[in-house]
Design a protein. Sequence first.
Length: 132
Amino acid sequence: MVWVQGNPHDKAIGTSLCAKGSAGLAFEYGDDQRPQTPLIRMGPRGGGQWRRASWDEALDYIADKLKDTIEAFGGRGIALSDRGGFFNDLTRTFVQALGSPNYFNHDAGCGGNVHNAARSIYGFGHEGSYST
């Protein structure tokens, strides 16, 4: 990969990219700041103290944290958000199996907010902010 750009046929943002998309090359090549193995925090949140863990240890750690949260707060104490798209049935099924209805995706946190901001400022949603 040598170049990343948005879809030129997207009428809303064209070839523009979000921050994650702009970082695509760094994620793929030479990003020594990105974790290469699972990490478990060893100190207070924000303290930057981490240790490497195996995948088995990391998955067991997550399972224990989920179990503790469900015991303390019930299944509704769990929320899961993802990018959405074609395969969100797997993440929806996972969070529902934990007893939680709290699934949301990118549109709830980003796309919906852009739409509401455009409606409040311009009087129409973001779908009306470009010409066809």
